[in-house]
Design a binder for this molecule. Structure first.
Ligand code: FES
Length: 271
């Protein structure tokens, strides 16, 4: 049997199930995130018009500029830079959505993550689709020196990911308040779990593991470094699991806030 043509293999198991599931999961996320990011509405919910607190979709955080008078939009007081600028083209490709200003940053760490590279090389590029299975033939193997050379920025996008953990943790705190009054809602729990899962994925990053200890010749010289390295190594060994859990949950968080903001879901809470 030839093993050099696409999908040819000696494997007798159902090897195609995993790439098919990955393809379906990633495609569903990309489609939903793109759709939600382009809406520019129903990304915020609070039953108090003013004051500290409310639910903010992670796809829209941080709110740099805010378009006022939008259904399910946040109060202008939550904008970091103020009202939406008049020079924005506001076309079908570039609607006035705060999500479009920031979505590229969290996506940059996802797209360059070592686990996701494996996932989309297999599921989308068939390069190869699984271990010991024939790949789509290429003229020559270029590794990550060709089109995908930008993936090497992952050691820097890691810092972007860490900044977003802090931003989304702040949003989680925000979700426990309404008009400055403390309380708990289902949405508070949803938005609290989000940065925990994202942190479990980000702090298990291979580049982060290198930073906290992998670059050292003497691991036992510092107890703090050794203990940190061990914890990061545990997260790293579950990186694939947290990559999927955090991906699902960030999408679900947007969906939950959107449904509550639209009045489809009734948020159970103590306010
Ligand atoms: S390797 Fe996955 S986030 Fe860095």
């Amino acid at each position: 049997m030839k093993t050099s043509s696409f999908r040819s293999t000696f494997r007798t198991d159902k090897w195609w199930i995993e790439p098919l599931l990955i393809l379906s999961g990633l495609a569903a996320f990309v489609l939903y995130a793109s759709w939600a990011g382009y809406q520019g509405n129903y990304y915020w919910w609070s039953n108090h018009e003013h004051g500290f607190g409310g639910y903010l979709s992670p796809f829209y955080s941080p709110l740099l500029w805010i378009k006022e008078g939008v259904e399910g939009g946040a109060d202008i007081a939550h904008a970091w830079l103020g009202p939406w600028p008049g020079w924005w083209p506001n076309s079908i490709l570039l609607p006035e959505s705060p999500s479009l200003l920031i979505l590229v940053f969290p996506l940059s760490i996802r797209f360059t993550c070592y686990y996701y590279r494996k996932a989309y090389y297999r599921a989308f590029a068939g390069s190869p689709p699984a271990c010991a299975v024939g790949a789509i033939p290429q003229k020559s193997y270029k590794g990550e020196t060709g089109l995908m050379i930008f993936q090497n920025i992952h050691r820097y996008t890691l810092y972007i990911g860490i900044i977003f953990i802090f931003l989304l943790s702040y949003d989680a705190v925000l979700s426990f308040f309404r008009g400055g009054q403390f309380g708990i809602g289902v949405g508070s729990m949803v938005l609290l779990i989000n940065p925990i899962l994202l942190g479990s994925w980000t702090f298990g990053c291979h580049a982060f593991r290198h930073l906290v200890g992998g670059n050292s010749n003497c691991m036992s010289c510092s107890l703090v470094r050794y203990q940190t390295y061990k914890k990061v190594s545990w997260l790293n060994s579950h990186h694939q699991l947290f990559a999927w859990c955090s991906l699902f949950w960030v999408g679900f968080s947007d969906f939950y806030v959107r449904m509550v903001s639209m009045g489809v879901f009734n948020d159970i809470n103590t306010w």
